[in-house]
Ligand binder design. Structure first.
Ligand code: ZN
Length: 376
């Protein structure tokens, strides 16, 4: 009888052990399982308001304006349209006019557009996107000398910035930084193969001029540039961001973590492709501030419409706009709010959630072993 009881005891203990392990794994899993993509709440309970339909419509409006190629009236009209879209959301708008004239070539009048929000704060977070669109479609099979619609390459970043300006304008009482919405001109006209593009132009012609003259736009004795976040081609299908090799490591990790915490695991992979892209973030790096280029693999990746006529609305995915917009909104709200305790460049070790589950299993095994063999 005693033997039988002892045997039953062991079976019951074993069953409790299995039950506890399952419970522990379940609890662990529920904590590491990222929030649903359709959940609109960030980790610290802030509501995310970025509206992807608004962003999509902003892309459509830019395409309706026409090709945003420097030297054309549609280009200048689009600049007016951008100012018109943001003027109610920001404290002030600065138009940074500049001329690009290569030796022996025609002069092009260009403009960077800067919308400043929450200008009483000291720190400045710059969100940037280029707003010009390419004057040729050299990667297409037909009509290579005609411009691209630039729905993703150009218009998507602009669209996300405008919608971010709208929703963050409701949030300024809580913001601990200024936000600059910087619409950069003359990024996408570089001459390739000696024949496509504007004669003698490089890619990224507008941001170096802005950076050169940046002291005209802020007071470095009382204001401080915090970081520069570039959005380029953020609205296409199959959105998968790469790790641009000259982007700041901590800033990259913080933004990618932010995206993954919102459930956007495919767009912000744990092991992204690492590529080196010449883009508008490079001139800002020379200011010794952390920069990041949020961009896709447009060379070998899943989005194959770069510099072709099919960079149009049919290859935009509204979900991609939501993923980008909400991740940046969440990043700003989590790191630059009155009640936020995090700093994005904080490299404190964060204990992984699965670790708690593992500790739980170890404790349960230890307790069970002690319980089973204590009377031996
Ligand atoms: Zn381009």
């Amino acid at each position: 009888m005693t033997k039988y009881l002892k045997y039953t005891n062991k079976v019951v203990t074993f069953c409790i052990f299995v039950l506890l392990v399952n419970l522990n794994v379940l609890i662990g899993y529920s904590t590491i399982n990222p929030l649903s993509e359709f959940n609109s709440v960030t980790q610290n309970g802030q509501i995310l308001q970025f509206n992807e339909t608004n962003a999509y419509n902003h892309i459509s409006s830019q395409l309706d304006i026409g090709y945003r190629v420097p030297g054309t009236s549609d280009h200048d009209f689009c600049a007016d349209w951008i100012r018109d879209q943001i003027h109610t959301h920001v404290d002030s708008i600065i138009t940074h006019n500049f001329t690009i004239q290569k030796e022996g070539q025609a002069a092009y009048e260009c403009q960077n557009i800067l919308g400043k929000m929450n200008t009483d704060e000291e720190k400045i977070v710059i969100l940037g996107a280029h707003w010009d669109s390419r004057n040729v479609s050299e990667k297409d099979y037909i009509d290579r000398h005609l411009p691209i619609p630039g729905a993703n390459d150009g218009a998507s970043g602009v669209a996300v910035l405008i919608e971010l300006a709208r929703i963050l304008s409701y949030y300024t009482d809580n913001l601990t930084c200024q936000i600059w919405f910087l619409f950069i001109d003359a990024e996408d006209q570089g001459l390739t193969n000696g024949m496509y593009g504007i004669q003698d132009w490089n890619y990224v012609e507008g941001s170096p001029v802005f950076v050169e003259e940046i002291d005209d736009f802020y007071d470095s004795s009382s204001e401080e540039l915090e970081c520069f976040i570039l959005l380029d081609m953020v609205g296409g299908t199959n959105l998968t961001f790469i790790k641009e090799s000259r982007s700041d490591e901590a800033l990259h990790e913080s933004i990618f973590n932010e995206g993954r915490n919102l459930g956007y695991n495919d767009s912000f992979p744990i092991s992204p492709k690492i590529m080196s892209i010449t883009d508008d973030h490079i001139p800002f790096k020379s200011l010794n501030i952390p920069v990041i280029d949020l961009i896709i693999d447009f060379i070998y990746g899943d989005w194959t419409h770069h510099h072709t006529h099919s960079d149009d609305l049919s290859n935009i995915d509204i979900e991609s706009l939501r993923i980008t917009g909400r991740t940046i909104e969440s990043f700003i709200k989590n790191y630059f709010s009155l009640n936020s305790s995090q700093t994005w460049n904080d490299d404190d070790f964060i204990f992984p959630l699965w670790g708690y589950s593992l500790i739980g299993v170890v404790i349960i095994v230890a307790v069970t072993v002690v319980f089973l063999y204590r009377k031996k």
